[in-house]
Design a protein around this ligand. Sequence first.
Ligand code: PEP
Ligand code: MG
Length: 588
Amino acid sequence: MLSNHMDIKRGIPVAPGVVIGPALVVDTEGYRIPQKFVDRKRREAEIERLGQALKSAAREVRATQEAINAKIGEKYGAIFAAHALLIEDPELVREIEELIRGKNHAAEYAVSRVMRRHAKALEGLDSGQFSARSADLFDIEKAILRNLLGSRSEPLQHLKHPVVVLAHDLSPSETATLDPQMVHAFATEAGGRTSHTAIMAGVLEIPAVVGLGRFLTDVSGGDEVIVDGNRGVLILNPDDETREHYEKVRKRFRSFEKKLVALRDLPAETKDRVRVVLMGNIEFPQEIKHCLERGADGVGLYRTEFLYLNRTTDPTEAEHVDAYLTVLRTLGPKPVVIRTLDLGADKFASAQGAWGVADERNPFLGLRSVRLCLRNLALFKTQMRAILRASAFGDVRIMFPMVSTLLELRQCKMILAEVKEDLEDEGIPFNRKLPVGTMIEVPSAALIADQLAREVSFFSIGTNDLIQYTLAADRTNEAVSSLYSPGDPAVLRLLEMVVRAGRDHNIEVSVCGEMSGEPMYTVLLIGLGLRQLSVTPHNIPEIKKIVRSVSVTEADKVAREAMEMETGRDVNNYLREITRRILPEVVG
Ligand code: PEP
Ligand code: MG
């Protein structure tokens, strides 16, 4: 018997909300393994289909064995010989057939259940040798599924019933194309808090938990699961008590959200009447609606690389202008900070080939973002022209990402000046005083913030990257997620430095990384002197509530205390406690 025990997994919450629903498991090759049943009359045909798939899978695996024998030696080829033997193992085949005959399972569902049960049993054994064998079983499962599903594996976009997607990982573009009507939540084994997959979950407002570590062995398509995107919990096969508890949590969360909506028209002002500007981060023009619904003061970060989603050619100047004007039309007179392309690393890196980027060993340290634009001036200038043209129609500001040296910033400004001249010659209107800002997201930029401040009208601190570069901890890698902490003293010192440089040179400083949307850091950021935050739209009400619940005097004290602490853990515990006292509903 395959048992359905309740299993609780903990990961990183990246988009809030609680969802209870049937799982749709997507394996690492993108196969969906549905919980599918066949008609009693079709059972024998299904067993025949299984037999064919097993034969083809064994044939494929033997071919791989021969290729490996020839290439690196029979010792390695033997691994595949063992795979082929397993595929044909009469005991295994009998177990799968039993599920088809006895429980009317479709062949792929039966294969997946049996293989996962065996893999889990092996993983449970202490010996590393046995647990490594579970990886072999996954390989075998994939080989059989490939043959069973083949071209019938449908993309995630064509779902017919609401599901909770469970996957090893989803790329940012896969996530961006999920349909929130059908994908009610998702949970992944990989991923970090500020990976672009996580950011996309926030954008689409799909409750999500990432960085859960391995769990796909423990679940089959159709199993009931609970995703708690508030606390970063995934529950497989909940028992009745747990399901009831989460039904209540879900209702409570909805009513908390409704209360927050009431804040929309109140200013983000501290108890001692200091105004904090609260802006929204957007990726798509349609999201302006989300910002305005939540009372944003404008858009503090418009990530434009999403214009490159699902296409093989670069967007034209007209397409850029069109997107920017769509934003302005909805936003009215409020400001929008358009960030120039930040392509590369984990953002649509697949498109990079066309811009002369070789396969890089360290893409996060490579030719990404403004570095890539400076090597592809046509690309850069097209976007600058569009931003300038849009600036004739609203409060547009331009911002450069990933600046790491003063010269780089000057180069960007020089190109902008050239583009302005061209537009001038062509008689095309634009705002000659277009405010120019830079992101501070590389430690070198934070360290020379006083120099950079002389050259721009505003800073926006990109903590997502600043943290990863400061602590040398990949923002997408859950294995180092404990190092990746906004509360780390090294990060706090850099933040303080940037705020001071901004104050000394009288320019605006804002924070637009995910840290600014995390309620537990709001008091600290105000205490460090920040008066502008740009956050994922759904975080605006919560952050506003905290701003309105604290005074600058209190926040200053909290920041001073935090700056004295020795470790990120101490800082985080302290801030969590402070936030819990101010607003228990938020921290829980
Ligand atoms: C950041 O790095 O904090 C940031 C806002 O930019 P992105 O997340 O798009 O890299
Ligand atoms: Mg960044």
